[in-house]
Ligand binder design. Structure first.
Ligand code: GRF
Length: 192
């Protein structure tokens, strides 16, 4: 399966997916890394790994969200992509683009969904005094941070945790479960 990873920033989850896909028995090839932010840190690492990169800057489309998404879709199609992984991609997608990829677009979220959708998940979990936190890989549906869950990873919340310390612990789990979740859906998903 040919996979595109959509990023906006440092791309540490992207890096984990690239590393995992190097294994000869991995059922997916990272064929494209696309950023909506010019110069996003992850682009250099992708290029250094010989992966095609593309930048579709949402700012150059003004308020025209559909034109931005058509440009993203055109990149995905021109690289013959089968599966899309959102990895720190900070644009909310319209139902149109999500609909093009139903069952073939996944996202990683730094919380145990359905708890803590949205931003600042670690600080909110700490403020609530929860004892377990973690990360979720899920299929993307039009509603934000909803959609069927593929895999979750848990971490303990430790005494004295800061949002930063907790976030680091969660990130390590993200880097473990995202490649595993992609492996699962790339194996299950049959091309029609
Ligand atoms: C991760 O915490 C991910 O769960 C969230 O955005 C962050 C992206 O980090 N969706 P990175 O760019 O993969 O390092």
């Amino acid at each position: 399966k040919r996979v595109a990873i959509l990023i906006s920033g440092r791309g540490s989850n992207m890096a984990a997916l690239i590393e995992a896909a190097k294994a000869t028995d991995y059922p997916a090839e990272i064929a494209l890394v696309l950023s909506n932010v010019p110069g996003a840190g992850g682009l250099d690492l992708a290029a250094a790994n010989g992966i095609a990169t593309a930048t579709v800057d949402h700012k150059s489309f003004g308020r025209d969200r559909e034109a931005f998404e058509r440009a993203v879709q055109a990149e995905l199609e021109s690289h013959a992509i089968d599966i899309v992984c959102l990895a720190g991609f900070l644009r909310i997608l319209t139902p149109w683009l999500v609909g093009q990829w139903q069952g073939r677009m996944i996202n990683i979220h730094p919380a145990l969904l359905p708890a803590y959708k949205g931003l600042d998940t670690h600080a909110r979990a700490l403020a609530d005094g929860v004892t377990r936190h973690g990360a979720t890989v899920h299929f993307v549906v039009p509603e934000m941070d909803a959609g069927p869950i593929i895999l979750q990873g848990e971490v303990p919340v430790l005494p004295g945790d800061t949002a930063e310390a907790l976030g680091k612990r969660v990130l390590a789990v993200e880097h473990r479960i995202y490649p595993e979740a992609l492996r699962m859906i790339a194996t299950e998903y049959k091309l029609v």
